[in-house]
Write a protein that binds this ligand. Sequence first.
Ligand code: B12
Ligand code: SF4
Length: 444
Amino acid sequence: MKVGLITAIREDFFNPYEIKIKTTMPNLALLYLSGYLEKKGLECEVLIEDKFEKLAKERPDILGISSITENFQHAIHLAMRARKLWNPMIIIGGVHVTSLPHVLPKVFDVAVIGEGEETFFELLSLYNKHQKLDSSWLSQIKGITYHEGAETVFTGFRKGISNLDEIPAPDRRLFGIKYPYTYMMTSRGCPYTCSFCVIPHVSEGYRMHSAEYVIEEIKQIKEVKPNPRKVRIFDDLYIVNKKRTHEIAERVHAEGLDQEFDFSCWVRANLLDKEVVQSLKKMNMKYVEFGAESGSSKVFSEIKPGCGMDDNQKAIDILYDNGFYTSCSILIGHPLETESDLIATYEFIERNVDKLFSVEFNNAIPWPGTDLWDYAKKQGWARDDMDFGILRECVHFPNYSTKKYPYLNKNISPERYESILTKFHELFWKFEEKQKEIEAFLAW
Ligand code: B12
Ligand code: SF4
């Protein structure tokens, strides 16, 4: 059995940002899946490709596509091409289908909902045995959605693998890394429930790899050619467990890995204290990001429970004082926001321009599964079977316009919002310039 795996990122590089993703940050999900199949000893040949044409030549029996909401429309497009060309069994997985488990476009045979390793293994084992996937067998597998006549059947959520260390670390050599950096995941999920975020809806509880596993993975990264020098720890929230944070830092330092790499990670302002900061420094964590979201305490406390505005300022100060490159992400256009809230956010960023390395500006996009999604549905802006391409175009901050994309705020007229947005655009470009300069210096 041949299994082809691909991520639904466009090949025409319409968006210059995408060429960067494809060449610098290949999707680890595919490596986790193939590593797990190998560990389980499943008889199959797995081909991981980022060019659809190459996969099409190989005509794999199973085509597995990984997609998030932003590129779901492209996943449909790839599946339609595969149907026409060689008609494989087409399995879709990733955050998008997990957020909408009851929805499955006809072009896909099966969606894997949530964590994919065990479910994919079970599906492929069945296929290997019977050379097809019949609905009577599919109904036995937890964590999938499939078609039965005109019906769409969801078999229910599967419990996540409790000991994450059972999953082999991704073998990055399969991607042929072209740039001297990579990303890694040392945990899955997040214990918090910020209202705009999909993570609490798509992960099976917070679980983490042991410090030993993390250190072994970093050592494996050392062996990848060309040697990555920078590792982005892309956990949704890296510092949840302070004991593990300290343990990893101690071991990275003791093994000299802090001399080989510099690291980056995502934190949460309320979890950052002196000890954590010292640990991060010890392991050569250079670049630290966190969601500051808003300069208005009213909006902030609604969307980010457990964290206060003063935590944000303290986090920026302590990170700056300790020499970190700090990045904040902010969210604008939330339905709760009034003009003064929006201006408070602008002023908050402006006050901190010198202390911040970068700011990730995010338009309030109604990702399926979140409160914003429910709200956008009620307003008629979103539907489960909508063309998700529209969300894809507006994720890049400067592309956003209230005329073309979902605008969820009723407190500020679209015209007024657009005019305030121009001020945010100025900030955006200011940070782009600043970042370019520092990135060139750091060779990020
Ligand atoms: C690393 C990362 C990136 C990297 C690149 C990732 C890549 N090359 O695909 C960068 C920084 C470039 C990036 C960019 C963006 N990202 Co991003 N990213 C992540 C992050 C932090 C980790 C992804 C990962 O590796 N996870 C680990 C694996 C193991 O989990 P997984 O992907 O869910 O895969 C499992 C299952 O879903 C399933 N599965 C997945 N695919 C498949 C396929 C098959 C066939 C099967 C059977 C199963 C299966 O099995 C896997 C193993 O269990 C996630 C958050 C997260 N925790 O996942 C956000 C996340 C995916 N990104 C997100 C967003 C919004 C973006 C951007 C749009 C941001 C922006 N404003 O531009 C862009 C779009 C880029 C693009 N076109 O893909 C959102 C997606 C929300 C949504 N509903 O779609 C997430 C969830 C973050 C969040 N908190 O909201 N991202
Ligand atoms: S925004 Fe960050 S802290 Fe909040 S739920 Fe999502 S991953 Fe967790």
